[in-house]
Write a protein that binds this ligand. Structure first.
Ligand SMILES: *Cc1c(COP(=O)(O)O)cnc(C)c1O
Length: 349
């Protein structure tokens, strides 16, 4: 096969990923610190993330589906994998054969798992107020789980990124469940939950976002580093005259003669239209270039100012997650998971 160079790449920093995990592990106190790597490691590449974090000492990984679990085989030695969506009827063949635990989420899933009858360890999700996935506390306490070999009993925080009274309520509900249901380990905190303090850490934490450079709460600011840097190749440099417009709808008009660079990235790559019109920006040799006009499917135009950028150069997109989330209105999660399949992902150590 011909090696085709990509005009769109995602520079990924292994050291930043590992440093973020180490900070989260330290904040987890005595609890083990795992890693949520669903949605292909939040768009960065689940396999590479798992390998780097396993080498750093992470032993617990979480994906959403069995297809995601299957894609990660074989697992690094000593590593455990849990599948957050549990087992549907179609998942039983995978659940029987793959070395991963389902996180059973409903009475129906518990029944299905029991019917398999092999007494293999499983995880269980109990709802403490989010009302998304999980057995209700009453269901869990009323014998539905008797006799299961529960490795980890989980619940998930709905508002940990805010100073909400819901956090303490969920903590109290989880402590009550822990007193009633035996399991090897208990786990409540995502990235934001880790920032809420040791009370929330129990035996195992499950950060995702903050591993990848997201700042879930102010406590993490200054401790979490950017991991992912989108880079797009410049396809064309053009000069427009005063009064000319750029892009679909002619939404940007030149106030004076302006050099415009057109780069190989667009909304089909997850660089959505909300970055249009100066909301988004790139940089070249450390100097900022505002987006001009509308982002289109495969292309975005930038004001090059007086910079001597040429065709074939690379523009690095501004992608500091908290800053770009505030500017664009997208969540830090959407900014990461939207990064499309056309990026060539490359990790630097
Ligand atoms: C996605 C997810 C996490 C990780 O959450 P972040 O907010 O990205 O840290 C943890 N636990 C569960 C159950 C999840 O679905």
């Amino acid at each position: 096969m011909i090696a085709v160079p990509s005009p769109l790449r995602l520079r990924l920093l292994t050291d930043a990923l590992v440093a973020n995990w180490r900070w989260l592990a330290a904040q987890s106190g005595g609890a083990a610190c795992g890693a949520a790597i669903k949605a292909d490691g939040y768009g960065l590449g689940a396999r590479a993330v798992m390998q780097s974090l396993a080498a750093a000492g992470c032993r617990d990984f979480f994906v959403a589906t069995w297809a995601e679990a299957a894609a990660l085989m074989p697992l690094p030695p000593g590593v455990g994998l849990a599948v957050l969506h549990g087992v549907g009827a179609d998942d039983m063949a995978a659940a029987r054969t793959l070395p991963a635990r389902p996180v059973l989420c409903s009475v129906e899933q518990v029944r299905r798992w029991r019917e398999m009858g092999e007494g293999q360890p499983c995880d269980v999700m109990v709802d403490t107020g989010m009302n998304r996935l999980g057995l209700r506390a009453e269901e869990a306490a009323n014998g539905a789980l008797d006799g299961l070999a529960i490795d980890t009993l989980l619940s998930h925080l709905a508002s940990a990124d805010e100073d909400s009274a819901q956090n303490a309520r969920q903590l109290a509900a989880f402590q009550a469940i822990r007193a009633q249901i035996p399991a090897r380990r208990y786990s409540l905190a995502n990235s934001a939950g880790v920032c809420l303090g040791h009370d929330y850490a129990f035996d195992l934490t499950r950060p995702g976002l903050a591993l990848y450079g997201g700042t879930p709460r102010s406590e993490a600011a200054g401790h979490i580093s950017q991991v992912a840097f989108p880079e797009a190749r410049v396809l064309q440099v053009r000069t427009v005259e005063r009064g000319d417009t750029v892009g679909y709808g002619g939404t940007w008009r030149a106030a004076s003669r302006t050099r415009i660079v057109v780069a190989n990235i667009g909304y089909a790559d997850g660089y959505l239209r909300c970055h249009s019109g100066g909301v988004g920006f790139g940089s070249w040799q450390g100097r900022d270039l505002p987006v001009v006009g509308r982002v289109s499917m495969d292309l975005t135009a930038f004001d090059a100012g007086d910079l001597p950028i040429g065709e074939g150069d690379w523009v690095t997109l501004g992608y500091d997650l908290p800053e770009v989330a505030a500017r664009s209105g997208l969540s830090q999660y959407e900014l990461l998971t939207g990064l499309g399949a056309r990026f060539e992902r490359y990790w630097l150590t």
